[in-house]
Design a protein around this ligand. Structure first.
Ligand code: G6P
Length: 614
């Protein structure tokens, strides 16, 4: 949510900032801006709308200008103040000597603004961020060194922030700080960078310092020093990120989303590799630190997550309860954090997050840990705040996910839950050995089965063509596929803006059935197993109300043709593993519908991939 980039060195800075921002577009895209040191002044350029608008504004401006050697850039997802040019970052102080970019929310900005206004500061935007620029300017009166002025200002801020600051009177120093919002420092040769995330700087350096909360960096072209807010030096590790810049290219696909959907067979292999070695050997989840003894004491498992990760969590609940018989509660992180935390030393709290930076989930995990719970984090980012604060870690190895709509990370999260549930069953000896072997054999087969679905895209595209003009869409399922119905609806909503809802099929007649008429498609996930007949009956009920019926099934039952207007076939699979296969056609369906409607698939309106504010 909001992307920050910064550079200090001897290269032309604007192209570096723009390139960095283009890699952070997934974090927000309602306006963008840069501030560079040019001709002895701090010049800012801002534009409302997508990054392209800023590129158009800049034109070739600055492209060959080697005098610009320090600058900061920002891509915004509006919180305070509409997404206008005035509210776009960077924000400057009254004297225009200080420019600042910020990600997060300053909770006490109203009080600070009032105080600063009384002292004569004039605000031009509606943002909380501008307060920081004025506060630094005010503090310069008593702390003439810009680094000290920034450091003292930070002590007055409440809320979450990652910031980058440049100062006209000292263009040899770039200042960065964080508290509850991610920020990294990229280390180059006689040049250094800041970024909200690794992709922003990956083309230039793989060596990074991850700032922790309440740390401030004093960055020069040839030196980086990190301090706490009291000014004490902190020794930090320089870490080498394991990614290649090619991970950020579309590789010939029209959209990142389509590329990422196609990566899923490999992602599954990757998530399984080194953990599932053979069906008759125990799973190797080396960073999960739960012993037989600690499991014995467990009386509560809670899974907390947001968005798509919350749907993976729901499937996880089903699996853990089924395999080890311990009750599991699921909660949206944003709900978990504003009530009494009922976790204890006998609780296991599982946080699920693609980014590992979702503010609500971080807070929820911290609250649970404060009550003594063991925190296990399932994440795609081992370099994230959540991963670093976790007691146990289960990385999902999905690779960088660029498209705002999560696809491959969801599938990888599901795989992680299969691994975890089987692993817990092994430790607790909760399942017969032959069942565990059978489950592992099924896991090995998954990538190939997903490949079959991806090879069958034409049918799904045909279905999308047929129904892309629908105004409402209903997804129904039961049991382990209910989260897949929710996720299918969420994908469609996110990228096509069609009003799509997922229901447990049995709930249809308790209200939603009132909506049904012949313009509404109802997609039923109908996998042979425990609930097949039930979902079929629920589908008949919808059919009787004239809904347009779509089946997603592996069944060859001829009777389906009389109930359904469209049948999407997927390979046969044990019901409990079927969410991996039912999810993929729903991702493709959403993708093709959005494509037919001409929507911006990778950057849907109003969304951001990483939500780093509460
Ligand atoms: C945002 C994204 C979703 C994502 C959710 C949780 O809303 O748009 O795709 O599922 O955040 O993110 P996380 O990184 O914690 O999985």
């Amino acid at each position: 949510m909001c992307g920050i980039v910064g550079y200090i060195g001897s290269k032309s800075v604007i192209p570096i900032l723009i390139n960095g921002l283009s890699k952070l577009e997934y974090r927000g895209y309602d306006s963008a801006g840069v501030a560079v040191y040019k001709g002895g002044e701090i010049e800012t350029y801002k534009a409302q709308g997508k990054l392209q608008k800023l590129k158009d504004l800049l034109g070739t401006n600055g492209n060959g200008d080697n005098a610009n050697k320090i600058g900061i850039g920002h891509i915004r997802w509006a919180t305070h103040g509409a997404p206008t040019e005035i509210n776009a970052h960077p924000h400057v102080s009254c004297c225009k000597k200080i420019a600042i970019v910020h990600n997060g929310i300053i909770e006490n900005f109203k009080e600070l603004k009032e105080e600063l206004t009384k002292k004569g500061h004039v605000f031009v935007s509606q943002t909380d961020t501008e307060t920081i620029a004025h506060l630094i300017e005010e503090n310069l009166k008593t702390h003439p060194d810009i680094f000290d002025a920034v450091r003292h200002s930070l002590k007055k801020l409440e809320g979450a922030y990652a910031i980058g600051v440049v100062y006209k009177d000292n263009p040899d120093i770039l200042i960065a700080a964080r508290k509850n919002a991610p920020l990294i420092v990229g280390i180059g040769e006689n040049e250094n960078y800041i970024g909200s995330d690794v992709p922003a700087i990956l083309e230039y350096t793989k060596n990074v310092i991850y700032l922790d909360d309440s740390e401030i960096a004093e960055i020069k072209a040839d030196d980086v020093k990190i301090y706490d807010f009291d000014g004490n030096v902190i020794k930090k590790k320089i870490e080498c990120v394991p990614w290649e810049p090619v991970a950020l290219s579309k590789m010939g696909y029209k959209h990142f989303m389509l590329k990422e959907i196609h990566e899923q067979p490999d992602v599954i292999r990757q998530t399984l590799s080194e953990r599932l070695i053979s069906s008759d050997l125990p799973l190797q989840l080396n960073e999960v630190k739960l012993t037989k003894e600690s499991l014995k004491k467990l009386n509560r498992i809670q899974i907390i997550a947001c968005g798509t990760s919350l749907h993976a969590a729901m499937a996880g609940k089903y699996l853990i309860e089924e395999f080890i018989g311990i009750p599991v509660d699921i909660e949206a992180s944003s709900e978990y954090i504003y009530k009494r935390t009922i976790s204890s030393a006998n609780s296991l709290v599982i946080g699920v997050s693609q980014s590992g930076e979702t503010a609500d989930t971080i807070t929820a995990i911290r609250q649970a840990k404060a009550e003594g719970a063991h925190a296990l984090v399932i994440t795609n980012r081992v370099d994230s705040t959540m991963a670093r604060e976790a007691d146990s870690l289960l990385p999902i190895n999905a690779g960088i996910e660029v498209s705002v709509a999560a696809t491959k990370s969801y599938t990888a999260q599901l795989i992680a839950f299969y691994l975890l549930a089987i692993y817990l069953a092994e430790i607790k000896e909760a399942l017969p050995a032959k069942d565990i072997i059978k489950f592992k054999e099924q896991l090995f087969k998954l990538p190939q089965q997903v490949e079959i679905i991806l090879g069958n895209k034409t049918e799904i595209k045909r279905c999308a063509r047929k129904f892309h003009n629908a105004k409402d869409f209903i997804f129904i399922a039961r049991g382990i596929n209910f989260p897949a119905a929710l996720e299918g609806a969420l994908k469609l909503k996110e990228i096509s803006y069609i009003n799509a809802t997922g229901y447990p099929a049995g709930e249809l007649k308790h209200g939603p059935i009132a909506m049904l008429e012949d313009t509404i498609p109802v997609l039923a996930i109908l996998m042979p197993g425990l609930v097949y007949e039930k979902v079929l009956s629920n589908s008949e009920e919808a059919k009787a109300r004239d809904a347009k019926m779509i089946a997603l099934t592996s069944s060859n039952d001829k009777h389906l043709e009389s109930v359904f207007d469209f049948i999407i076939k997927i390979p046969d699979i044990d019901e409990i593993f079927s969410p991996i296969l039912t999810t993929i056609p729903l991702q493709l369906l959403a993708y093709y519908i959005a494509e037919f409607l001409g929507k911006d698939v990778d950057q849907p309106r109003n969304l951001a991939k990483s939500v780093t504010v509460e």
